[in-house]
Design a protein around this ligand. Structure first.
Ligand SMILES: Cc1cc2nc3c(=O)[nH]c(=O)nc-3n(C[C@H](O)[C@H](O)[C@H](O)COP(=O)(O)O)c2cc1C
Length: 273
């Protein structure tokens, strides 16, 4: 079922795979790593055994370790990561062009490597990959928000939308998607152990990696409120399964603004015990 295989010619019997297995199901049978058939169901499918093996001797789930990215010397250094974390900005000005399909696929695929609770891996990205499609949805949402503002008014707790609608009516400001050509919703089945957390971690990975490709993004709380609560018909319109929790949303595209330096924030509150 989990297809755990060890290359007997290259395995040094070091035991690292057994020691690192979080489910503790790899035994050093006669000196070689093995998983008993009755323990296979306990496997997290995390691939730690494949990743930790110094000689690329372990295969699991039919995966060839040669297809993994090598980690030796390849990680960004601390200064590069600091700049990435401090240099990211909420982008609210976008070029009209769509991100090409290959870049979009790469972005979503790398962001999908984010961890999930119990390695459930049920998080789903729902993406509007064409500006023309988002323009259609943008128009429909704005039409409905204007109708609410001019009709019944916004429900309790959402009255702040009225001010945004006035901005839209007076200055044409797209406060929902900030003029972005693309929109992304992360959702996960309510039944998984950490649905919202899985989505937030995936979107955080998405935002940071997007930046390295020169793509701008903005976390989109207003759109999230709209599709989760105010106009839930758009959850259906976007094809998000009924049993999914919406974790959060991000609007993104090629930025029409460039920042020359980082912001300067006070260090966050830290309490040592
Ligand atoms: C959870 C979350 C929701 C947000 N929702 C919106 C939003 O709906 N519209 C918007 O323009 N910016 C939104 N933002 C962006 C924040 O306003 C922005 O991150 C903050 O002002 C700090 O600026 P910076 O991201 O450039 O550092 C959101 C950010 C977060 C983290």
């Amino acid at each position: 079922m989990i297809d755990f295989k060890v290359n007997g010619l290259t395995c040094t019997k070091c035991g690292l795979c057994a020691a690192d297995c979080p489910a503790r199901i790899i035994a050093m049978e006669g000196g070689s790593p093995a998983i008993a058939p009755e323990k296979e169901a306990l496997c997290y499918k995390c691939q730690h055994c494949l990743a930790v093996c110094p000689t690329a001797s372990v295969s699991i789930l039919g995966l060839d370790p040669a297809n993994s990215l090598p980690l030796t010397g390849g990680l960004p250094d601390a200064a590069a990561m600091e700049l990435l974390i401090k240099g990211r900005r909420a982008v609210r000005k976008y070029k009209p062009e769509n991100i090409d399909a290959a870049t979009m696929a790469q972005l979503l695929s790398v962001a999908s490597h984010a961890p999930s609770g119990r390695n459930d891996r049920q998080m789903r990205f729902t993406v509007v990959a064409e500006r023309a499609k988002l323009d259609e949805i943008r128009g429909e949402i704005m039409g409905k928000l204007v109708a609410i503002a001019e009709g019944s008014g916004f429900p309790a707790g959402m009255e702040f939308f009225a001010g945004f609608v006035r901005q839209y009516q007076s200055d044409g400001i797209d406060f929902v998607f900030r003029g972005a050509p693309h929109f992304l919703v992360a959702s996960a089945p309510k039944s998984v152990v950490t649905p919202v957390e899985d989505c937030l971690i995936a979107l955080t990975s998405f935002e940071l990696y997007a930046q390295t490709l020169g793509i701008g993004a903005v976390w989109d709380g207003l759109a999230k409120f709209i599709i989760s609560d105010l106009l839930p018909e758009f959850k259906v319109r976007l094809g998000i399964p009924e049993d999914h929790v919406i974790g959060y949303a991000i609007a993104f595209g090629w930025p029409a603004v460039q920042y020359a330096r980082t912001a300067q924030r006070e260090p966050g509150t830290v309490q040592y015990v």
